[in-house]
Ligand binder design. Structure first.
Ligand SMILES: NC(=O)c1ccc[n+]([C@@H]2O[C@H](COP(=O)([O-])OP(=O)(O)OC[C@H]3O[C@@H](n4cnc5c(N)ncnc54)[C@H](O)[C@@H]3O)[C@@H](O)[C@H]2O)c1
Length: 287
């Protein structure tokens, strides 16, 4: 396999395209919004330049890597792909429509992967006539930096598809971990209850956000505290994932903290709106 199509050129899509191209794949990067493609190309260039400065890739590499990324707004670009990685907006109806089209467009042998954080792989796969070739390939943000790829088997995903995607992740310099398709997979099922509990601690006045993050950073050796991480992920995204866990697993231990719900209702979504548990208005996080 050497030809990839990446659908969605936002935060994750540009990073996924970057990594595939860096490891020699021809990449078709598709986004329905043309503006997102220009922004993605600029982001990839900036990140490649940073890698040159750090000495992790040679000075001539960015040009060669970028030349392997072709951008476009039509899913038809998936017609030549061995592997498609969908990283479009986290909305079930958007993903279902994309997979219905990809099933018609991509070659019969192609694997269709999704980078979804919380939508059922099994439900996405059921929209295609090749559910055994549909799988979750959950990269972490920022993709060029983070080593983990959660490889999520849907109910019908075959052993061959899983083995192929695990191997592909390794050839991209990543460490793949095989997991099964239950709400939140592993990463978010373990992470989100921790973040939620940290928010309960804020709501109940157990400690300030800074103190809670300090406990987890210095006490548990986490590189980032749970509240700073929630701001980074986006509080709306955290709430949506907690709701998926609560609904999908039916256990009240996953109920979202009322303070999280209130902050989302107020439009305080974290870094992207300039305010969450910390303020980013001056460009630097402060309490
Ligand atoms: N941001 C993260 O930290 C993170 C981490 C892991 C996984 N994810 C998952 O990755 C996926 C993408 O997240 P993101 O943060 O990059 O989102 P984003 O909003 O930054 O980018 C999504 C892109 O998809 C495009 N898009 C929407 N509908 C489309 C369509 N029909 N066809 C083609 N492109 C379309 C949008 O124009 C946008 O550019 C989501 O499923 C999300 O859950 C995100």
């Amino acid at each position: 396999m050497t030809r990839a199509a990446v659908i969605g050129a936002g935060t994750m899509g540009n990073g996924i395209a970057h990594v595939f191209a860096q490891y020699g794949w021809e990449v078709a990067l598709v986004d329905s919004a043309a503006g997102a493609l220009d922004k993605a190309t600029a982001t990839i260039r900036g990140n490649l330049d940073r890698q040159v400065k750090k000495g992790t890739i040679p000075a001539e590499a960015p040009g060669e890597i970028l030349a392997r990324v072709k951008t476009g707004t039509s899913l038809d670009a998936a017609a030549g792909a061995d592997l498609v990685v969908e990283a479009a907006s986290e909305n079930p109806s958007v993903k279902f429509a994309i997979f219905e089209q990809l099933d018609r467009i991509a070659p019969p042998g192609a694997i269709l992967a999704t980078n979804t954080s919380s939508i059922s792989i099994t439900e996405i796969a059921a929209r295609t006539r090749r559910p055994e070739q549909v799988i979750g390939m959950h990269f972490m943000n920022p993709v060029p930096v983070m080593q983990l790829v959660e490889v999520i088997r849907g109910h019908a995903t075959s052993d061959a598809t899983t083995a192929s995607v695990m191997e592909t992740a390794r050839t991209l310099g990543k460490v793949p971990v095989e997991v099964h398709d239950y709400p939140g997979f592993v990463a978010n099922r373990v992470l989100m209850p921790m973040i939620n509990e940290a928010i309960f601690c804020v709501m109940e006045g157990v400690a300030t956000p800074e103190s809670i993050d300090t406990v987890m950073k210095l006490g548990m050796a986490h590189p980032m505290g749970p509240l700073a991480l929630a701001d980074f992920i986006g509080l709306d995204v955290c709430l949506a994932i907690l709701d998926v866990l609560h609904r999908g697993l039916g256990d009240d231990k996953y109920r979202a903290c009322p303070l999280l719900r209130r902050m989302v209702a107020a439009g305080q979504l974290g870094r992207k709106t300039g305010r969450g548990f910390y303020s980013y208005e001056s460009g630097k996080g402060t309490g």
